[in-house]
Ligand binder design. Structure first.
Ligand code: PNS
Length: 159
């Protein structure tokens, strides 16, 4: 069975993430969406909340599993017999960091490949951070997050 991993902070999941997850799910028999637990970015949503928001947003995708992980991504990939890491790339600004991550991961485990899916043009500007900024200032984020979680995200961020 071909297993792929789509890792991230997902703080919270955006329509851009969902686009990448949908496309990545077609590249493997099983896609594990892996939510980083101990992000140095001080997440706004707890690990459980981030996992639950992802689950609620992706009930229609049958070959995916949403879990959290801590430690090195490559160790998590090995433990789950995944040979493929799928990441989204929005713009050149993402490239340097992602390139570095893929190189270090390749060095740590040469058998595991990282592939990049280019973001859909309509989501190029989207990030969890900008969504949080807009929501905290009472702006409309309905075009940026899945409908199923809009209420949860808005309520949580306007607290
Ligand atoms: O959504 P993000 O914040 O861009 O996701 C980044 C993530 C979770 C993919 C990355 O930070 C990660 O893989 N973290 C786990 C630690 C690790 O393996 N780092 C690479 C070696 S330094």
């Amino acid at each position: 069975m071909k297993i792929a991993i789509c890792p991230g902070s997902f703080d919270p999941v955006t329509n851009g993430h969902i686009d990448i997850i949908e496309r990545a799910s077609k590249m493997a028999d099983k896609l594990i969406v892996a939510v980083l637990e101990n992000s140095s970015k001080q997440p706004s949503f707890s690990t459980n909340e981030r996992v639950e928001l992802l689950k609620k947003s992706t009930t229609y995708l049958k070959n995916i599993e949403i879990v959290s992980f801590s430690g090195l991504l490559i160790d998590f990939a090995k433990k789950n017999n995944a040979r493929l890491i799928v990441k989204g790339l929005r713009a050149v600004s993402d490239f340097e960091y992602e390139f570095q991550m893929s190189l270090i991961n390749k060095e740590l485990s040469p058998d595991i490949e990282t592939v990049f899916l280019t973001s859909a043009a309509k989501y190029m500007f989207l990030s969890s951070s900008v969504i949080k900024e807009v929501a905290k200032n009472k702006g409309d984020i309905s075009a940026f997050v899945p409908k199923k979680i809009l209420k949860d995200v808005v309520e949580r961020l306007s607290k």
